[in-house]
Write a protein that binds this ligand. Structure first.
Ligand SMILES: Nc1ncnc2c1ncn2[C@@H]1O[C@H](COP(=O)(O)OP(=O)(O)OP(=O)(O)O)[C@@H](O)[C@H]1O
Length: 365
C-alpha cells in the first residue's frame, strides 16, 4: 500500500499534517520499499494542514550510493537545533525514482513555505519537476499563505553539479545556514517538450547523444564517486557514432551540424561531476548557453578532459557555443536512437524542443 504522510521532525506548536493521497496522481511506478518505514512519509494526526513557514525536506536515502541517507541522519540534530525555532520541519524519505515529484506537488498544494531537495542533481531534478503539473506551476491551495513555495537544496549527491554554479560546496551546515537566512532569488527553468507528450523541466543541463549515454552508464558506477562520469563516458564511446543533427534556434531556420558528438543546453554551468561544460550559462540570465561538440573521438575526450573540467574547451575548433532562448534538436537520419538526458536523468530520444522559462521558481539562495 502506498501511504503519503509527512513525518514531522520538530515544530513550534507540534502539529502534523497528512497529505491527501487523492490529490496525487500515481503517475510513477513505485520502486520496491526500502527495508525500513523510512520509505514513506511518516506522520501523525491528520487534523490540520501544513502551515506557512513549514519546511519539507525531500531526502533521497540512496543518493551518492547511500551516503545521503547516512549524512542526513547525522545532520538532523543540528538541523533541528538551528531551524526548529522558526519553522516546522517535515522530512520525507523517497521510496524510489519519481517519488520526490509527488511529494513536492503535495507539499506545495498544502502550502509549504519551502521544499528542500536533499541529495544530488537527480533528486533536485525531481523536486523541480514537482513544482509543475500539466504544463503549469503547481498552485498553493492555502489562501492564508503569503509566499509561494520556494525551492531549497542541501547538496549531498555524487556530482551535485547545480550547486557548483551557485558557488555552493557539498557542505550541509552551510546549506542549513542558507535555509535559516531564507533569502529568495528567482531562477530560470528549462522546459523540454515534444508534440503529444507532457512537458519536462530541468534546472541544470540537458544534453544529447554521447554525454547523455555517458550519464546513463555513470549511474552504474556511483560507488566510485565523481570518477563514475569519466568511466561512463569511456563506456559510452564503445560503439558510438557521431551523428548529423539539425537544430533550429530561437524559431529561425533549421541548420545542419555534422558529426555531432554531444549537444549540451546549459541553464547552469556544470555536469558530469564538475565538468564546466556550459561555462557562460547563468540561471538568472533568462537564456541558455548551448555548446556543441563535433567529431570527438574517445582519445580526444581523454586528451581534452582537463579543458572540459576548467571550461576552456570553447576555444577548440570543433566546439561551438551559442546563447539561445529556444532550441529544437532533431536527428537527421530519423533513427530515433539519439539519447537525451535532463539533469543527469535519461529522458528518451530526439526530437525535442528546449525553451527557457525565465525566473520561473523562487530558490533559497
Ligand atoms: N529510495 C530510492 N531508491 C533508489 N533510487 C532512488 C530512491 N529515491 C530516489 N532515487 C533515485 O536516485 C536517483 C539519483 O539520486 P541523487 O541525484 O540524489 O544522487 P546521485 O545520483 O548520487 O547524485 P548526482 O545526481 O548529483 O550525481 C534519483 O534520480 C532518483 O530517481
Amino acid at each position: 500500500m502506498v501511504c503519503y504522510y509527512y513525518h514531522m521532525v520538530a515544530s513550534v506548536g507540534a502539529r502534523f499534517s497528512m497529505a491527501n493521497p487523492s490529490a496525487l496522481r500515481a503517475e510513477h511506478s513505485m520502486a520496491p520499499d526500502l527495508s525500513s518505514d523510512h520509505s514513506v512519509f511518516r506522520g501523525g494526526s491528520s487534523s490540520s494542514p501544513i502551515r506557512r513557514r513549514d519546511l519539507v525536506f525531500v531526502v533521497n536515502p540512496r543518493g551518492a550510493d547511500g551516503r545521503t541517507g547516512k549524512e542526513w541522519k547525522k545532520l538532523l540534530p543540528y538541523l533541528r537545533s538551528r531551524l526548529a525555532n522558526d519553522y516546522s520541519i517535515f522530512e520525507s524519505l523517497t521510496s524510489g525514482p519519481s517519488h520526490a515529484i509527488d511529494i513536492t506537488r503535495e507539499a506545495i498544494r498544502e502550502g509549504a513555505d519551502a521544499v528542500i531537495a536533499v541529495g544530488g542533481d537527480g533528486t533536485l531534478h525531481e523536486v523541480v519537476n514537482g513544482f509543475f503539473w500539466d504544463g503549469k506551476p503547481v498552485a498553493n491551495q492555502k489562501i492564508e499563505a503569503v509566499h509561494s513555495t520556494a525551492l531549497g537544496l542541501i547538496p549531498l549527491g555524487t556530482g551535485s553539479d547545480f550547486a557548483r554554479t551557485l558557488g555552493w560546496k557539498n557542505d550541509p551546515c552551510e546549506a542549513i545556514e542558507r535555509i535559516a537566512r531564507g533569502v529568495r532569488s528567482r531562477i530560470d527553468i528549462g522546459i523540454i517538450s515534444r508534440e503529444g507528450e507532457a512537458s519536462h523541466y530541468f534546472i541544470n543541463v540537458a544534453d544529447v547523444h554521447l554525454s547523455a549515454k555517458a550519464g546513463y552508464y555513470a549511474s552504474r558506477y556511483k560507488k566510485f564517486g565523481n570518477l563514475c562520469y569519466v568511466i561512463g563516458a569511456l563506456q559510452a564511446f564503445i560503439g558510438h557514432h557521431n551523428q548529423d543533427l539539425r537544430i533550429k534556434v530561437n524559431g529561425g531556420e533549421w541548420q545542419k551540424y555534422s558529426q555531432v558528438t554531444a549537444l549540451c543546453i546549459g541553464n547552469a554551468k556544470y555536469f558530469g561531476g564538475g565538468m564546466k561544460i556550459t561555462p557562460n550559462a547563468d540561471p538568472h540570465s533568462g537564456s541558455f548557453e548551448v555548446v556543441i561538440l563535433q567529431d570527438f573521438k574517445w582519445y580526444d575526450f581523454i586528451l581534452k578532459l582537463h579543458k572540459l573540467y576548467n571550461g576552456t574547451h570553447l576555444s577548440l575548433k570543433n566546439v561551438t557555443s551559442r546563447n539561445v532562448y529556444t532550441i529544437e534538436v532533431d536527428d537527421i537520419s530519423g533513427g530515433g536512437s539519439i539519447f537525451i538526458q535532463s539533469d543527469g536523468e535519461h529522458l528518451g530520444f530526439l526530437p525535442r524542443k528546449f525553451s527557457i522559462l525565465p525566473a520561473a521558481i523562487e530558490m533559497i539562495c
